[in-house]
Design a protein around this ligand. Structure first.
Ligand SMILES: NC(=O)c1ccc[n+]([C@@H]2O[C@H](COP(=O)([O-])OP(=O)(O)OC[C@H]3O[C@@H](n4cnc5c(N)ncnc54)[C@H](OP(=O)(O)O)[C@@H]3O)[C@@H](O)[C@H]2O)c1
Ligand SMILES: CC(C)(CO)[C@@H](O)C(=O)[O-]
Length: 305
């Protein structure tokens, strides 16, 4: 396939749902893909391929896997596909291999991990990729691409550069994408949507659509989230956030939110990077957000027991 782009060596940190999804799609367009796994046990279990299942197809893509320190090959293009709470430590584990002009692409939901990473890795170009793709693992290294979405990308540091040339290749690989020079705004908007939906689905143990029955709780959060977004200088039309949140609830009515899935599977949640970040930001800016604070406390209490 001629994409007009020479082969790039992609290193993918984390072989969970999104890590395997990105690895498989890039391997499909003959890119050189290297998964970086957390432990020798995981490396031993790697079958030499990732299986990608979509609604119509099931394909196995051969690629390589390694540990952070089992190879000395410099890393020029790194996709960080860990959860927000693991992202910085995971990058630290490969730091000696990072080329000075490396490009690091962050897939994390929420906010907070990105700020910590751009602070520590100021020389590298850090790009956030905020995606509405949905994927889950059915077994280790076997990923189901549940919903094709849009991935918005933009620079978090070194602002004002042209979009990277490989975005076209991503498009060919089926990674539907859009360059967004205002990516912080997109991350804030997604944070607001996640704050309004995810914790309430955990507290009520319900699917997203069942939040219709908790409309007063959802609606009480919206003015506070609007206040936060305005303080963060995210441009908003009147009523825009209200419409966006209810639109997402309707469009994902049958979905179990990522936070509720984590709770159901007894995995840590990204709460500290969602409501935790929102409450921390409000405090630092002296904004009054009683509903968000109460929601975060109730969530943490529920997660602790
Ligand atoms: N899944 C989706 O549909 C989706 C959609 C949009 C956004 N997101 C966001 O994307 C991010 C990743 O989500 P996910 O669902 O792909 O998570 P996931 O399935 O839990 O995968 C995360 C992977 O990172 C690995 N990891 C953690 N620390 C590591 C380290 N130091 N070195 C190597 N690997 C490490 C974990 O390894 P172990 O297996 O060893 O624990 C795990 O395999 C999250 O912020 C999530 O909110 C996900
Ligand atoms: C939009 C969203 C809340 C839909 O379930 C999703 O971002 C999630 O589950 O985190």
């Amino acid at each position: 396939m001629n994409t007009g782009v020479s082969t790039i060596h992609w290193h993918i940190l984390g072989a969970g749902s999104l890590g395997c999804l990105w690895a498989a799609r890039l391997a499909q367009v003959k890119q050189s893909v290297h998964l970086i796994l957390r432990s020798a046990v995981r490396l031993q279990a790697f079958p030499g391929q990732v299986q990608l299942t979509t609604q119509h197809t099931c394909q196995s893509l051969a690629l390589t896997a390694e540990l952070a320190d089992t190879s000395q090959t410099p890393i020029t293009h790194l996709i960080v596909a860990c959860k927000a709470y693991d992202a910085l430590t995971a990058i630290d584990s490969i730091a000696p291999r990072l080329a000075e002009n490396a490009c690091i692409i962050l897939l994390q939901n929420g906010l907070g991990s990105q700020q910590a990473i751009i602070q520590r890795y100021s020389k590298q170009r850090i790009i956030a990729a905020s995606t509405t793709d949905g994927a889950y693992l059915t077994a280790p290294f076997q990923v189901t691409w549940a919903g094709q979405g849009l991935t918005q990308l933009g620079d978090l540091n070194h602002l004002g550069q042209a979009a990277p040339h490989w975005l076209e290749l991503w498009q060919v690989a089926g990674i539907h994408n859009q360059w967004n020079p205002q990516i912080w705004h997109a991350l804030w908007l997604k944070l607001a949507v996640n704050c309004a939906i995810n914790p309430l689905t955990v507290l009520h143990q319900c699917r997203n659509g069942e939040l219709r029955q908790q409309a007063s709780q959802v609606n009480a959060l919206i003015p506070e989230l609007t206040l936060l977004l305005k303080q963060a200088e995210v441009p908003l039309q009147p009523n825009q956030l209200h419409q966006l949140i209810w639109q997402v609830i309707e469009q994902t009515a049958n979905n179990t939110s990522s936070m509720l899935q984590d709770v159901q599977q007894q995995r840590p949640t990204e709460a500290e990077f969602i409501t935790g970040f929102a409450c921390h930001y409000a405090r630092s800016q002296q904004l009054t957000v009683p509903h968000l604070n109460a929601l975060h406390h109730a969530l943490i209490e529920q997660l602790t027991y």
